[in-house]
Design a protein around this ligand. Structure first.
Ligand code: ZN
Length: 133
């Protein structure tokens, strides 16, 4: 069985196509490809972003792509200015720490619309968006 939502489904789940939703979604997708969880319980995620909208929208993105969900208890959030997504594969013990690049955080302040910001994030490669921390 396949699991996780497409980007379109994630936008429906969240309600709008925000850049922070997409940032969380992309982090979860990278974690799935790097940490190769075998089922929906393997991954555990700690989301470290400021505890307010729009930053907290990234939490929904992680839930949608990585299936780390509040309901299953395999996601926690920490209020902070780190913009970091820490993933653990609890089956293998492997850890992936993704930090959103500062340049992206700054650039996101400059867009006039959510769509523009969303498209900007869509156009970035994985390592233009994140760095390992
Ligand atoms: Zn949002």
């Amino acid at each position: 069985m396949s699991w996780g939502l497409s980007i379109e489904e994630a936008v429906k789940f969240h309600g709008h196509p925000g850049p922070w939703l997409l940032i969380g979604y992309r982090a979860g997708s990278i974690a799935r490809s790097k940490l190769r969880p075998r089922d929906i319980h393997d991954l555990y995620c700690i989301v470290k972003v400021p505890n307010k909208v729009p930053y907290s929208c990234s939490i929904d993105g992680v839930q949608a792509s990585a299936c780390c969900t509040l309901g299953k208890g395999n996601i926690v959030t920490e209020n902070g200015e780190d913009f970091e997504f820490v993933f653990v594969n609890r089956a293998s013990g492997d850890v992936l720490r993704l930090r959103l690049r500062k340049s992206v955080v700054v650039k996101l302040q400059s867009f006039k619309s959510l769509e523009e910001a969303f498209n900007y994030v869509m156009g970035l490669g994985d390592w233009e968006l994140f760095e390992l921390s």
